[in-house]
Design a protein around this ligand. Structure first.
Ligand SMILES: *Cc1c(COP(=O)(O)O)cnc(C)c1O
Length: 237
């Protein structure tokens, strides 16, 4: 696990990257939120983020997040699930997380709605779209997104904040660019057709955040640039 000083250094460097990308696209720097991704790191990663004034963290597993959240229960943070969720863990996920970004099936929409109702906790969600048509990624295909949105909008206990995607891993930035622009265009047309906001466009990670910001991302999810490589981090502990 890195030291707090290293984290602060990494964060400053990342903020310069974000500012530069915003400048290039003529966007105000506060139009892009940073979600620090603390998965596979110790609870210190969460504490560093909080101490730096960041207000949310992203995790990809329910159990891991539950135990960190319990350890960091004195901190006022917004916990976001960004990893694939099995329906049988939906109830625990609704308990642990403030928002679920990785809603990727109709079954999960129904299950989350049911659990949010049972727990009396209206649940903000994003619909995950496989906008890059990557067979190794979860998410609704573009042509299934509208149907999913209709289901989610009619779910009483879900609040649809927007869309999320993960670009295919590819050295060619053009691949990520196409994926992100596609998600933005899908958002624009769905927002228009259903007369809803769908404000959140969660897209961009360490390797492709500039492309994402240029395509209109409102939230980048960043692990490696802040905390170092996840395998190294656990090896060096
Ligand atoms: C791990 C992860 C990230 C962070 O990726 P980095 O490349 O480490 O910045 C972002 N989004 C999702 C969905 C992830 O699983």
């Amino acid at each position: 696990m890195i030291q707090g000083e290293t984290f602060r250094f990494n964060l400053a460097a990342l903020q310069s990257r974000i500012a530069a990308a915003c400048a290039v696209s003529g966007r105000p720097v506060d139009s892009v939120k940073l979600l620090p991704v603390t998965k596979n790191h110790e609870v210190e990663a969460v504490i560093y983020a909080n101490d730096a004034g960041l207000s949310a963290v992203g995790e990809n597993r329910v159990q891991e997040a539950a135990s960190k959240r319990a350890e960091a229960s004195n901190l006022d943070l917004y916990w976001e699930l960004i990893g694939h969720l099995q329906s049988n863990k939906a109830k625990e996920a609704v308990r642990v997380f403030d928002r679920i970004q990785s809603v990727d099936s109709l079954k999960l929409i129904h299950r989350l709605d049911l659990m949010a109702g049972e727990l009396g906790k209206p649940l903000p969600i994003l619909l995950q779209c496989n906008a890059g048509e990557d067979p190794r990624k979860y998410g609704f295909m573009a042509d299934a997104l509208e149907g999913a949105l209709e289901q989610a909008l009619s779910a009483k206990h879900l609040i649809v904040d927007g869309l999320m995607t993960i670009a295919p891993l590819d050295d060619e930035p053009e691949v990520a660019k196409r994926c992100f622009e596609r998600l933005r265009d899908l958002r624009d047309s769905l927002a228009d057709r259903y007369k809803i906001a769908l404000d959140e466009l969660s897209m961009g990670m360490t390797g492709d955040l500039e492309v994402a910001i240029k395509a209109g991302s409102t939230q980048i999810r960043v692990g490696t640039a802040l905390y170092g490589s996840r395998t190294q981090a656990s090896d060096s502990k």
